[in-house]
Ligand binder design. Structure first.
Ligand code: BGC
Length: 762
């Protein structure tokens, strides 16, 4: 068991049954909408879909439901996290519906046998796990994958992970995480796609499709889980689990799009988020769960609580006890309770009291059974133990290496210092140069084999690629976080050795410094790493900083002193080799930042798609929106990234100067040419701005991107088709509106894109 799991288990014990801030149960049961609901539509339970392709499943679900006792139904709503608890449950009155965080084909088969052969109805268990960026084979963290601006990278991870996990008995992954966020302090920024709802939606859909395919009963596919629903990334101060207060338009325009897109892509399940949304915890929020997700979006899978999320309604202060919490969760539309047991403990009592309805219970069970049938669990409950994946295959390694290369972002490259010659004499320095598991980042090591397969270190990767490994020297310099500077002198000496051409300085965060419950108030390079950088730079050799981190860092001094900066994120099991691929130019970096990098933490939140305000920043005018002590804007912008070659992009050409507000479309074409001497990748980006609208619109919104590979001198034309979906927005009544008037189109290779055109929506 990992530290993560252990600490979470004790947190649960601490929560046990404490009744805090009781509120009236009838108030809860009747609570209509959560976030100041924009309409008066009552929360309803959508009727089961009866499309021809799933009518077979629906018939089977209905037939099974008719045979189930209330206790058996409540059992299906329970998700447990250990084999011991599952065994007890399966032997009792409420056999549980699923088990998570149990790994190993044989162990899973033991539990499945109990469910299938030793319970009255033999309903198979669903087996969940956080397969976030790899099961056995670790891929780059999701924030890194988003930097590729290539949904294919996300989908490759999902395809490989799904096959490894399913062949090892897992049937359900708690991914993709699609929480849009403006918060680099928030550790969970590592798990998502950054600050933009459009990019996050594209990546989320690629992941859902990669995990599930067209039919997730296939023995190499998983049921996916869109999480965390919703607005979890809005945590105040970036502190995990913290409150979110959000307007209706912001909820719909900013946080909901990836979930909407994932539901449209057929995601099997959704996980509720820990945060309250405008005062109403997501786990008790009928507006977001019933009205939006199950109503407006037409989601027909099931909603799982997050870890003890139902029990936590007590500490949130919207439930007086476990019974209240269960009533609130069931009424709001959380179908399955993870870890805490309030549904099975209080479900019958609540039904007798009329605080929940049989219809609500049946709907929750129906949704869970629907996914179990779609997974093919009734036909194939067991995993073939001989297919269990226990080691990283060569093919998976190669995929991970390629994904890591495509995810890296070149942020600075003075005098074309990179790529390095294969014969360069390199001093490799820094606390991350020999790091292993830290290169996997958060959520790694859970699948079989993953915890015993250390990633390739930067030092080993560079030695393996270099013409002469003996020309590569090493000094650590300092630890990631300690205050010990005693290694600085040796590091500076290693850099100063006469025949050393260049220093590769590997800096950044440990894996544990990002991810869940890993917020930082200071997002500088940790410990004394900036001091190490200064000591090494003082030795007089050009310094390439390679960064490993799960969030944007404040990098002003690195930017000012390093000759080159490569953002490698947490690159996964092939990390060191992938870094070497880029450093030596075997891979020409083409990634772009999926999130703005602030100059100082005091600028946070800082993001490209902000509103203009009535007083946009103007250095010449004090009374405008800015800081006295910093230039405006981020240090590195959203969408920014360099290459070893150069590109020119043409102004956008529009197929028409007007778009009909009822379904019109326009093609936007951009010519892009590689004007350098080596092949490389450019990400052509399309942004829109509506300068006059009924609700102020962001200064730019990404609405298209395409990563293209061009040989030296080669050019191509990229065409984006935009429609009314791209120019419209949600208003504060949660209505999607397409307004007439001018739309500005910007194209370029970052959010600072300055080539523009306009058209009119008529
Ligand atoms: C996290 C989820 C995760 C779940 C199960 C929770 O603490 O917030 O993202 O899927 O645990 O491990």
């Amino acid at each position: 068991m990992t530290d993560h799991q252990l600490s979470r288990r004790s947190a649960l014990v601490g929560l046990g049954g404490t009744a805090v801030g009781a509120i009236s149960a009838s108030l809860l049961a009747g609570a209509p909408a959560a976030v100041a609901a924009p309409t008066t539509t009552p929360a309803t339970i959508a009727a089961p879909p009866a499309t021809p392709q799933n009518s077979g499943v629906e018939r089977r679900v209905s037939a099974l439901l008719r045979r189930m006792t209330l206790a058996e139904k409540l059992g299906q709503l329970q998700l447990l996290s250990t084999p011991e608890l599952a065994q007890q449950s399966l032997a009792g009155a409420h056999p549980c519906g699923g088990v998570f965080s149990v790994v190993g084909a044989a162990k899973l088969n033991v539990l499945q046998r109990l469910a299938v052969q030793h319970t009255r109805l033999g309903i198979p268990l669903i087996f969940g796990l956080d397969v976030i960026h790899g099961y056995t084979t670790n891929f780059p963290i999701p924030l890194g994958q988003a930097s590729s601006f290539d949904p294919g990278v996300a989908s490759t991870d999902a395809v490989v992970s799904a096959a490894e996990a399913r062949r090892s008995g897992i049937t359900w992954t708690y991914a993709p995480m699609m929480d849009v966020t403006h918060e680099p302090r928030w550790g969970r920024i590592a798990e998502g796609a950054g600050e933009d709802p459009y990019l996050a939606s594209q990546i989320a859909v690629a992941k859902v499709q990669g995990y599930q395919g067209n039919d997730y009963s296939a023995q190499d596919k998983l049921a996916a889980c869109a999480k965390h629903y919703v607005a979890y990334g809005g945590a105040e101060g970036g502190r995990d689990y913290n409150t979110v207060d959000v307007s209706i338009q912001e909820l719909h325009n900013h946080y909901l799009p990836p979930f909407k897109a994932s539901v449209a892509a057929g995601v099997a399940t959704v996980m509720a988020s820990f945060n309250a949304i405008s005062g109403v915890p997501a786990h008790a929020n009928a507006y977001v769960l019933r009205e939006i997700l199950k109503g407006a979006f037409g989601f027909d899978g099931f909603v799982v609580s997050d870890y003890t999320g139902i029990q936590e309604l007590i500490l949130h202060g919207v439930a007086g006890d476990g019974a209240d919490a269960a009533a609130a969760g069931i009424t709001a539309g959380v179908d399955m309770e993870m870890v805490s047991t309030n549904y099975v403990d209080f479900g019958s009592q609540l039904l007798v009291q009329g605080r929940i309805t049989r219809r609500e219970i049946d709907d929750a069970v129906r949704r869970i059974l629907r996914v179990k049938f779609a997974l093919g669990l009734f036909e194939h409950p067991y995993v073939d133990e001989s297919t269990e994946v226990i080691a990283v295959s060569d093919a998976a390694r190669a995929s991970s290496r390629a994904a890591a290369g495509r995810s890296m972002v070149l942020m600075k490259n003075d005098n074309a210092l990179l790529p390095l010659a294969l014969g360069a004499r390199i001093a490799v320095i820094g606390p991350l140069a020999t790091a292993t598991y830290d290169l996997n980042g958060t959520w790694s090591g859970l699948g079989t084999g993953a915890g015993t397969t250390p990633p390739v270190t930067v030092l080993d990767g560079i030695k393996a690629a270099a013409a002469d490994p003996s020309a590569i020297t090493f000094a650590q310099g300092c630890d990631i976080e300690s205050a010990d500077t005693s290694g600085f002198a040796a590091a500076a000496e290693a850099a100063a050795v006469a025949d050393v051409d260049v220093v590769v300085l590997a800096l950044g965060e440990s894996a544990a410094m990002s991810g869940e419950a890993s917020a930082r108030s200071n997002i500088n390079l940790p410990g004394v790493q900036e001091g190490l950088l200064a000591a090494v730079v003082a030795a007089g050799k050009p310094v390439v900083v390679v960064l490993f981190n799960g969030r944007p860092l404040t990098l002003q001094s690195t930017h000012d002193t390093a000759a080159a900066i490569l953002e490698a994120w947490a690159p996964g099991v092939e990390g060191g080799n992938a870094v070497a691929d880029v450093l030596f130019g075997k891979v020409n970096p083409g990634g772009k930042l999926p999130v703005s990098f602030p100059r100082a933490v005091g600028q946070v939140p800082i993001y490209y798609n902000h509103l203009n305000t009535g007083r946009p920043a103007d250095p010449a005018n004090k009374y405008t929106s800015k800081y006295l002590d910093l230039p405006s804007g981020p240090l590195y912008s959203f969408g920014f990234g360099l290459s070893y070659t150069t590109f020119t992009l043409s102004a956008p050409r529009l197929s028409s100067t007007s778009m009909n507000r009822r379904g019109g479309r326009i093609d936007v074409s951009v010519d892009v040419q590689n004007t350098g001497v080596v092949a490389g990748d450019e990400v052509v980006q399309l942004y829109l701005h509506d300068p006059v609208a009924s609700i102020a619109q962001p200064v730019r919104r990404l609405r298209g991107f395409r990563r293209v590979t061009l040989e030296a001198g080669q050019s191509t034309t990229v065409t984006f088709t935009i429609g009314t979906d791209d120019v419209g927005f949600y208003d504060n009544q949660a209505k999607f509106v397409v307004e007439t008037g001018t739309i500005e189109v910007y194209v370029g290779n970052s959010s600072d894109a300055d080539q523009s055109a306009t058209f009119t929506v008529v």
